[in-house]
Structures are given as C-alpha cells and as structure tokens.
Design a binder for this molecule. Structure first.
Ligand SMILES: Cc1cc2nc3c(=O)[nH]c(=O)nc-3n(C[C@H](O)[C@H](O)[C@H](O)COP(=O)(O)O)c2cc1C
Ligand code: SF4
Ligand code: SF4
Length: 320
C-alpha cells in the first residue's frame, strides 16, 4: 500500500592508554585517550540504526567498498559517544525513516555525540536514509540536527540519498509487509542505487550550489512538509507506544530473541521466560521484536493479526 494514501491517523593499531596519565599513548582502532576521552577511530565511521536489517544491510554495502567501520547507534549510546575523526576521513549516517522523521534514538544520539578532529578541514559527511516508500522532509530535519551537533568543526552534509526498502511498519490497519516479489524488486533497485551512491562517495562528490549532492533527487513523496510535520507529529505523540504488545503463550518458546533485538532494552525476558514489556518510555515501535520472533508469537493489539513478518534476509532463512 502507498503510505501517502494512508489515512491521516496515522571502532588497529594499538590501544591508547595513559601509562603516564596525560601523555604516553598506545593506540587501537577504537582506543581513546584518557586525556581527551575521544574515541580515536582509525577507520572512517558509519553510524547506523536498524531494526529490521534494511539500514544495516545498506550501511554494510557502503562499508564493503569504503572500508568504513559500522557503529551501531543503540550500542554507541551506552557509551560516552565521543569520537575523534582523522584528517580527510568521511563520516556517514545510515538509518530508517520513522513517521517521516528521524527516529527518536538517532535524534538522541545526535544530541549526545561529541566529535573532534585535529584536521584543518571538516570531514566529508554523508547520509543515506532507508524507507518503505517516502521520507518526507526527514533529511531536512536531520540536516538541522546535524548543524546543532557538538563538534569542533563546521558540520555540513555533502552527499545524501534515499533508498526504498521492504516495509517494516505494521502498526496500523492496512499497513502490511511487502509481497515477496515487491520485496525482491525493492532490494534489487536499492542495490544499484547504493552502488551509485558509494561511487560518488568514493569520489567525494560535493555540490557547488549550497545543497548536498543528491538533495533534489530524494524520494520525499507528496506534500512532504505536511507528512513530516503534522502526520509525523501525530505519529510521535499518538502511535509510539509499547502498551499494545502482548505474547501468545501457546506460541512463545521462551527463546529470548525479542528481548535481544530490542534496541532500547524495553523487554524483560530471555531463555526460559516469556517476554514482558517494561514500559520504560523508550519503545520506538520499531517492531524488531514482532518481526524477529521465530514463532510469530507477538502481536500489537489486534492490529498485527494475520500480518506477515519481515527482516532483511528472513525469506532466505525461512526459505519462503
Ligand atoms: C516506526 C516506523 C515508522 C516508519 N515510518 C515510515 C515512513 O514514514 N515512511 C516510509 O516510507 N517508511 C516508514 N517506515 C518503514 C521503514 O522506514 C523501512 O522499512 C526501513 O527500511 C526499515 O529500516 P530498518 O530495517 O533498518 O529498520 C517505518 C517503519 C517503522 C518501524
Ligand atoms: S521471540 Fe517469540 S518465541 Fe522467543 S521469547 Fe520472544 S515471544 Fe517468545
Ligand atoms: S519493544 Fe519492540 S517495538 Fe519497542 S523498541 Fe523494543 S523491539 Fe522495538
């Protein structure tokens, strides 16, 4: 279904350690100085967030070509989020669109992260968004947040792109996973788009007119401002909740996968116990728990009944 039709409700070298608290240094790829507290990455970084694997796959496609290191945003948020960038290395962001906006967890990371470089020039920064069909003004919102980031250099986006990937949102009537054929076509098209994007990234293409390269070609969809502001606001305030999640005890085998995949530790459970949602106020309604359950035992109220499941590579795994 086309979202725009949807009713309105809707981190080697050696580890750096201060043997003498302020000076002597041994490095590793993700080591950091006790002095500066900035993690020093010796590979360029891609910060990514992914619930059902689309964005992780996209980030991996880029990293396989560029040699970048993938850094999971939920994992990074458990640390101090301070990074030192090396001269001339690119800095990437890859994540999905949630409700035509930047997912809350990515926004949280952008507020917390601190970036430092000793290089005279700003890093080459790029962003790739994944979406089920359109991103509205998500990139505009991301760009604004990026301009407010804590960095000792002028943070500017140089290259942007959107790729349409299989749908993961199933929280409203009519919102369903894609058919196998649609899924396959989306992934094939995305693969080509990401290869072209990576080629431009490797050439460090920048546009000269003020907007990042790729800006005009983003898949914003119809009335993008309206979707990102009004509908996106409704989505954030009314639809992001873990309250409707429940488990069918007859189907649950107490494997703990749902708790393991939750990016915000909102599920208590694990091997030998049924999952319990903690209502910790952090749920993203990302549906990672729902989609990854091997026995389709999780439902979101009655809104997911008879709906399919999706995560990147699931069909191969389940041979369907
Ligand atoms: C909470 C939520 C909100 C979403 N909102 C949108 C949206 O506004 N526009 C869209 O095209 N896709 C939307 N999607 C679909 C995802 O952006 C898309 O499937 C994405 O590729 C999932 O990436 P991931 O597998 O890396 O998590 C949404 C998915 C979720 C779970
Ligand atoms: S993933 Fe499914 S089967 Fe496994 S513990 Fe969670 S609900 Fe139960
Ligand atoms: S509880 Fe489920 S939907 Fe909510 S953040 Fe965790 S995995 Fe995502």
């Amino acid at each position: 279904m086309k979202r725009c039709n949807f009713p309105l409700v809707l981190s080697n070298i050696f580890e750096k350690q201060s043997l003498f608290p302020l000076h002597l240094i041994i490095y590793n790829p993700r080591g950091y100085s006790e002095n500066s507290k900035f993690i020093r990455n010796f590979a360029p970084m891609i910060f990514y967030f992914s619930s059902t694997g689309n964005s992780k796959w996209a980030a991996r496609q880029i990293a396989d070509s560029t040699g970048d290191e993938l850094i999971s945003i939920p994992e990074a948020l458990k640390g101090h989020c301070q990074y030192e960038l090396q001269a001339g290395e690119p800095l990437g962001f890859v994540f999905p669109v949630h409700g035509w906006r930047v997912p809350r967890i990515v926004g949280e990371f952008l507020k917390k992260v601190r970036l430092h470089t000793a290089a005279p020039s700003s890093p080459y920064c790029y962003c790739l968004l994944t979406a089920g069909d359109s991103v509205g003004k998500t990139m505009e919102r991301f760009r604004k947040s990026l301009s407010e980031i804590q960095a000792d250099f002028n943070m500017q986006l140089s290259l942007v792109e959107t790729v349409v990937m299989p749908e993961s949102y199933v929280g409203l009537p009519g919102m369903v996973t894609d058919t196998p054929e649609k899924e396959r076509k989306k992934i094939e098209a995305a693969e080509k788009k990401i290869a072209a994007f990576t080629e431009r990234l490797n050439r460090r293409v920048r546009s000269v007119g003020g907007q990042p390269e790729g800006w005009d070609g983003l898949v914003r969809g119809p009335i993008p401002g309206f979707f990102s502001s009004v509908v996106g606001g409704f989505f954030v305030h009314q639809l992001i909740t873990d309250k409707p999640f429940h488990v069918d005890p007859d189907r649950c085998v107490k494997c703990g996968i749902c708790a393991n995949v939750c990016p915000v530790d909102d599920i208590k459970g694990g091997l030998g116990s049924e999952p319990v949602w903690l209502h910790n106020g952090k749920c993203l309604t990302c549906f990672a728990c729902y989609h990854h359950c091997p026995h389709h035992a999780i439902e979101f109220g009655r809104r997911t009944q008879k709906k399919g499941q999706y995560f990147f590579g699931r069909r191969k795994l389940h041979k369907d």
